[in-house]
Design a protein around this ligand. Structure first.
Ligand code: UMA
Length: 436
C-alpha cells in the first residue's frame, strides 16, 4: 500500500478507469486534479486546462492513452514525477489473491469463467479489469480472503511497473494493436510484463501457442494443451484432465468451438493451480454462460445459422472462428477499422467460402486481399449494409459469420454495439438501415 493522503495527484483520462481512480484517491485523502484530452471535461471540478504548468506528487494514466509519443506523459517522466497506470494504482491497494489473465484472444471468457469457479468455491470473488470494471473500483473492498480475477489488456500493462499477480496467465499471442505498439515484438514485450521474476508467482501458459510455449522463465509453469501432455491440463479420451485427475468430459462443456475449448482449458488450469476442487470446476463450467459477441450462436435466418463474433477484432481470432465452423457453407462478414494487419492468413488457406462480404474503412483492403487469392468477394460501405444483404440472401445450410478481424470504431462505439446491431438486422428488428 502507498501513502496518498494529502498528495497532489493528477488523473489523466476521464473514462471509467479515470473516474474510479479519482474515487479511490479521494477516499484515501489525496488532492485530486483531472485532465482529459477531450475538452468536454473542462467544466469538471479541479480540471486542469494546462496540466504541465503544475507540479504533482503522482500522475495516474488511463489505459486508453497511448504512452509512446504522448507529450504530457513524457513531460512528467522527464521531470521525475512518478507516473503510474490505473492498473498499478488499483494493485497497490489490493488485498487477497490476485489472478491476472492476459493474451490476445479469449481474455474476457476466461476471466468470467475463472470468476464463476471461485464464486462457486465460496470465495469472496471480484472480477475486474479490462472486462469492464476498473480494478480501482473494487480495490478498497478487498480483504485478505478475497480472490481478484483481473482481465489485463496490453493498454493497461504498457505503463505498469508494480502490478504483480499471484498467478499470471498468458492465453495466446498473435498480432494485435500494432497501431498502438508499433510492432508485434513490442506487443509481446508488453504482454510479458505480467510475468515477474518473483519466485512465488504461479504461471499458466498455453502449450499449443508457438510463442507462449517458448517463454523461458526460471520457475515451474503449468501448461494447458488440446493435445496429450505428460503433465499439466490436457485432453485425453474426450475429456479434460489435470495430470491423472479427470475434470470434465468434453460433451459436458456448453461452449461452442475450438477457441472456447482453449478458454476452458485455461480456466481449468488457473483453478487447479489455485487448488480449487475438480468437482467445483466442473460444475462452474457446466453452468457457464459465455459473454455475448464471442462466436455466439444467434439462431437461424431462412435455414442459415447465424454467428456473432464481433469480438474477433484481429486476424487470429477471426481465423479461429472460421476454423471452428468448418469449411462448408460459410458466409463471412469481415471489415471495419484495420488495426495494422494484412488479411492473407485468412484467405491463403483455400477455405471454401460461399460468400465474403467486406465492409467498412478496411473493406477495400480486405476485398483486394480476398480477390488476390481467387475469391469473388463483395464490397459494402458499412457493416449494416453487409448484414442487411446477408440476411436477404441467406440460404438453407449456410453459416453466416460476423468475424470482422478489425476494430469497430469506424462505424460503432464498440464491438458490442456492432454485435447488437448485427443481431438486430439479421433478425429483422432493425428499422432504419442506412444503405449509404
Ligand atoms: N483519452 C485522452 N487521451 C487519449 C486517449 C483517451 O484524454 O489519448 C481520454 C478520452 O477522452 C476518454 C478517456 O480517456 O475521456 C477514456 O479512457 P480509456 O480509453 O482509458 O477508457 P476507459 O473508459 O477508462 O475504459 C478502460 C478500457 N478502455 C481501453 O483500454 C481503451 C476498457 O477496455 C476497460 O473495460 C476499462 O478501462 C475498465 O478497466 C475496453 C477496451 O476496448 C473494453 N479494451 C481494449 C481491448 O479489449 O482490446 C484494450
Amino acid at each position: 500500500m502507498i501513502k496518498i493522503k494529502g498528495k497532489n495527484v493528477l488523473v489523466y483520462g476521464m473514462g471509467i478507469s479515470g473516474q474510479s481512480a479519482c474515487k479511490l484517491l479521494h477516499e484515501k485523502g489525496a488532492c485530486v486534479s483531472i485532465y482529459d484530452d477531450e475538452g468536454r471535461f473542462a467544466s469538471y471540478f479541479n480540471y486542469q486546462k494546462s496540466p504541465l504548468l503544475k507540479k504533482y506528487d503522482l500522475v495516474v494514466v488511463s489505459p486508453g492513452i497511448k504512452v509512446i509519443g504522448n507529450q504530457i506523459i513524457s513531460h512528467f517522466i522527464m521531470n521525475k514525477t512518478p507516473v503510474i497506470s490505473e492498473l498499478d494504482l488499483g494493485y497497490l491497494f489490493l488485498k487477497g489473491s490476485l489472478i491476472g489473465i492476459t493474451g490476445t484472444n479469449g481474455k474476457t471468457t476466461v476471466t468470467s469463467l475463472v470468476g464463476d469457479i471461485f464464486k462457486k468455491s465460496g470465495k469472496k470473488t471480484f472480477v475486474c479489469g479490462n472486462i469492464g470494471l476498473p480494478i480501482t473500483n473494487i480495490a478498497l473492498q478487498t480483504d485478505k480472503q478475497s480472490v481478484i480475477v483481473c482481465e489485463v489488456s496490453n493498454f493497461q500493462l504498457e505503463l505498469s511497473k508494480y502490478f504483480l499477480p499471484d498467478l499470471a496467465c498468458i492465453l495466446n499471442l498473435a498480432p494485435d494493436h500494432i497501431d498502438r505498439h508499433g510492432n508485434f515484438e513490442e506487443y509481446i514485450n508488453v504482454k510479458r510484463k505480467i510475468i515477474s521474476k518473483k519466485h512465488s508467482q504461479k504461471v499458466v501458459l498455453n502449450y499449443d501457442d508457438e510463442i507462449t510455449n517458448k517463454i523461458l522463465i526460471d520457475k515451474k509453469v503449468l501448461f494447458f494443451s488440446k493435445k496429450l501432455l505428460n503433465k499439466g491440463v490436457f485432453i485425453k479420451n474426450n475429456a479434460i484432465y489435470y495430470n491423472k485427475t479427470k475434470i470434465i468430459s468434453l460433451n459436458d462443456i456448453p461452449l461452442f468451438g475450438e477457441k472456447n475449448l482453449e478458454n476452458v482449458l485455461a480456466a481449468t488450469s488457473i483453478a487447479v493451480k489455485m487448488k480449487v476442487k475438480p468437482q467445483v470446476i466442473k460444475q462452474a463450467i457446466v453452468e457457464f454462460k459465455a459473454p455475448p459477441h464471442r462466436l455466439e450462436y444467434l439462431g437461424q435466418v431462412n435455414g442459415a445459422d447465424v454467428f456473432d463474433d464481433s469480438k474477433a477484432t484481429n486476424v487470429s481470432s477471426a481465423l479461429a472462428s472460421i476454423n471452428s465452423l468448418g469449411e462448408r457453407g460459410l458466409v463471412l462478414l469481415i471489415g471495419g477499422l484495420n488495426k495494422g494487419f494484412t488479411f492473407d492468413e485468412i484467405f491463403n488457406k483455400n477455405i471454401n467460402f460461399d460468400n465474403i462480404y467486406c465492409f467498412g474503412k478496411a473493406g477495400q483492403e480486405v476485398f483486394d486481399c480476398a480477390s488476390k487469392y481467387g475469391y469473388s468477394p463483395m464490397l459494402f460501405p458499412t457493416m449494416k449494409s453487409a448484414a442487411f444483404y446477408a440476411r436477404n440472401n441467406a440460404q438453407e445450410g449456410q453459416k453466416i459469420l460476423l468475424a470482422p478481424a478489425c476494430a469497430s470504431f469506424d462505424e460503432f462505439s464498440s464491438y458490442a454495439v456492432r454485435g447488437e446491431i448485427f443481431k438486430e438486422i439479421m433478425f429483422d428488428n432493425f428499422e432504419k438501415i442506412e444503405m449509404s
